[in-house]
Write a protein that binds this ligand. Structure first.
Ligand code: GLN
Length: 472
């Protein structure tokens, strides 16, 4: 059922919210081998369903998402629940407050079914860097689900929820959406409040949505988007009504295809699949044109310098004093810090803290961090110039389909290259979406990415809805 159908069905009391919750819980149980959830809130979800049903019977309207079941990435705070970030260091940390997105979804009538597994502190592209073990791809459990929001993607793909929240720093929603055949949006930086999202790299992080259709994705973003006085980086830009703009004709749009995103390293079948769609759009009246984005080659290096620099600073707060785990049997304060962090963080997180500390250190700051900030600015300008010519930019989301579990985990550089098409949008602070674009002959899905200028999410939805109609 689409979210709009759920609305009608529960309002007319044609569908029982409790029954839908039971069905979701059953899916979670049947798919427990995929390791998508870190916590399941069975009893609370049942109670909430009953409350909502009572409100409906009393003639009340609990909100536009009444009875919509959602899964939440385990780096977003829900009051009274654990926020583990899939890390030992936060394994038993219980959040005293709701993130703003949670508060808004709750007020809209959504039901939270559980928290989802992820790469530790959102660092990774495969959801294998989890203290709770790897997430597996529902289409083939020998393959990864993508990351870092892999659990949220799987939760939606198996029907354990209607939509899920993930977070993005460099592709963590779009990439797993591509690997599991879903729609996944990274909103513009500042579009959605980050209050209550555990920080990885604050200048890149943004909460976003996974769903099975463009309409559903838009319906959730509608609720969570908008200014929040608790997050000074959230923007005071009006949120347009996505439901009314989504079906607007979009046939004469100008689509840019950056050559660098179709070059060597891209799987031939994915290239063909994406171009088939853009050719079809051209036939329907779109103006499709190739162009150059030469700075693309610096995107990965720039991203991994800035992301690790910010991470090393953000993660300094996990010292065994204020949050979560504290190493036992230590003699003094220094040893307590060292032992807590050595035991509490996983390998990839430590690698990034070291990298980030290095690029920020006095002798290397100018050569790495400062240079990366300058290149980031140029990348942003290059994209903004492209948007003077094109309404949207279309690319593949990932160079390959999902890879095998264990295949890249010991080679961080090839893992980092998985983000080659996605990091640019985070560096530039613009919005981007993954749309399911077809199935590879290996049986796994692949995705098409649309990028639009800052705060123009409605363009992603308009084109997304057009492509969805073309494929059905
Ligand atoms: N794979 C990227 C990284 O490891 C992106 C992660 C993310 O978007 N959270 O940094």
């Amino acid at each position: 059922m689409q979210i709009s159908d759920i609305q009608k069905a529960v309002r007319q009391q044609k569908a029982s919210i409790s029954r839908r919750v039971e069905e979701a819980l059953k899916k979670i149980e049947q798919n427990s081998h995929l390791n998508a959830f870190t916590q399941v809130f069975a009893d609370q979800a049942r109670e909430r369903a009953q409350q909502l049903e009572e409100q409906l019977s009393a003639g009340k309207n609990p909100g536009p998402l009444t009875g919509v079941i959602m899964a939440i990435k385990d780096n977003i705070n829900i009051a009274g629940r654990r926020t583990t970030c899939a890390s030992k260091i936060l394994e038993n940390f219980v959040s005293p407050f709701d993130a703003t997105v949670i508060q808004r979804l709750r007020e809209a009538g959504a039901i939270f079914i559980g928290k989802t597994n992820m790469d530790e502190f959102a660092m990774g592209s495969s959801s294998e860097n989890s203290y709770f073990g790897s997430v597996k791809n529902p289409l083939n459990p020998d393959y990864v689900a993508g990351g870092s929001s892999g659990g949220s993607a799987v939760a939606v793909a198996i029907g354990a929820c209607d939509a899920a929240l993930g977070s993005e720093t460099g592709g963590s929603i779009r990439q797993p959406a591509s690997f599991t055949g879903l729609v996944g949006i990274k909103p513009t930086y500042g579009r959605v409040s980050r209050y209550g999202l555990v920080a990885y790299a604050s200048s890149l992080d943004q909460i976003g949505v996974f769903a099975r259709t463009v309409q559903d994705t838009a319906a959730i973003l509608q609720i969570i988007a908008g200014h929040d006085e608790k997050d000074s980086t959230s923007a005071e830009v009006e949120v347009v009504d996505y439901a009314t703009t989504i079906n607007r004709d979009f046939k004469e749009l100008k689509i840019g295809l950056p050559k660098q995103y179709f070059a060597d390293g891209l799987d031939a079948e994915i290239r063909e699949g994406i171009l088939k769609i853009t050719n079809e759009l051209a036939k329907q009246g779109a103006n499709v044109e190739e162009f150059d984005l030469p700075l693309t080659r610096y995107a990965i290096a720039t991203y991994y310098i800035i992301a690790t620099a910010e991470a090393s600073s953000n993660l300094a707060r996990y010292d065994g004093v204020r949050y979560g785990f504290r190493a036992p049997e230590v003699d003094d304060l220094q040893e307590m810090y060292a032992s807590t962090r050595s035991k509490g963080f996983g390998k990839e997180v430590k690698r990034r803290i070291l990298l980030g500390t290095y690029v920020l250190s006095a002798g290397y700051y100018d050569a790495y961090y400062k240079k990366a900030m300058q290149v980031r600015r140029l990348i942003k300008e290059e994209l903004n110039n492209a948007f003077k010519k094109y309404d949207v930019i279309v690319t593949p989301t990932t160079p390959t389909t999902a890879f095998k579990l264990g295949e890249k985990i010991s080679d961080p550089l090839t893992m980092y290259l998985m983000d080659i098409y996605t990091v640019t949008a985070n560096l530039a602070g613009i919005c981007a979406i993954n749309l399911p674009a077809g199935k590879h002959s290996n049986g796994l899905p692949f995705g098409l990415q649309v990028m639009a200028p800052a705060f123009r999410e409605e363009r992603l939805f308009q084109l997304g809805a057009t492509i969805e109609r073309m494929q059905s």
